[in-house]
Design a protein around this ligand. Structure first.
Ligand SMILES: [Fe+2]
Length: 189
């Protein structure tokens, strides 16, 4: 997991939007989380994610070390449907319960299979998406746009947002800050 962290910190330093969102220390304590699997996580190491020059190193590090990660899937089938629950997973790289301890910022590596619809949801924490590989349609109540590797999307506290993956799987690095750091996203009704 050290190499994934190293590349994530490099991205946070080198990307202006990520750097404006947070500054992370290089010395994060390893929480020594146990590796876990979900139904989706086993495919991550075998997929071709369309990355960029900036994201290629971390994509390769994630694929190479996928079996070491503490993969989660926290939505129930009744909330998101069986297909979504089976083809989405994430791990907390940085954070209070992440692979590397930080109390003020959470950083997640997230995977979605192609043609998944992540319905409207929200959370108190402020958020920035950074696309590592693939592309997806991002929606807020005021805009809709396709995001691809090395592009970012910011969501304010409690701002509803939705996302649809297109013909490619998506790998993203997501950062949270501020209040509500200890909570999960809620599907809007
Ligand atoms: Fe979000």
């Amino acid at each position: 997991m050290d190499s994934i962290l190293r590349y994530a910190l490099l991205l946070c330093n080198n990307n202006l939007e990520l750097n404006n969102f947070c500054q992370l220390s290089k010395n994060l304590k390893n929480n020594n989380l146990e590796p876990t699997n979900t139904s989706a996580s086993s495919v991550v190491s075998n997929l071709d994610f369309k990355g960029s020059i900036e994201t290629f190193p971390i994509i390769e590090a994630i694929k190479k070390n996928a079996s070491e990660a503490n993969w989660c899937q926290t939505y129930s089938i009744s909330e998101v449907g069986e297909d979504f629950a089976n083809r989405h997973c994430y791990f907390e790289l940085i954070g209070p319960n992440g692979h590397f301890y930080n109390e003020a910022i959470r950083g997640f590596v997230c995977y979605w299979g192609e043609y998944l619809n992540y319905n409207w949801h929200s959370h108190e924490a402020e958020e920035i998406y950074y696309i590592l590989g693939g592309k997806a349609l991002f929606k807020t109540k005021t805009m809709t746009k396709v995001l691809k590797a090395n592009e970012t999307q910011f969501h304010k506290s409690w701002e509803s947002h939705a996302m649809e993956t297109l013909e490619e799987p998506l790998l993203a690095f997501i950062l949270w800050r501020g209040k509500g750091l200890d909570q999960l996203a809620k599907m809007d009704n």
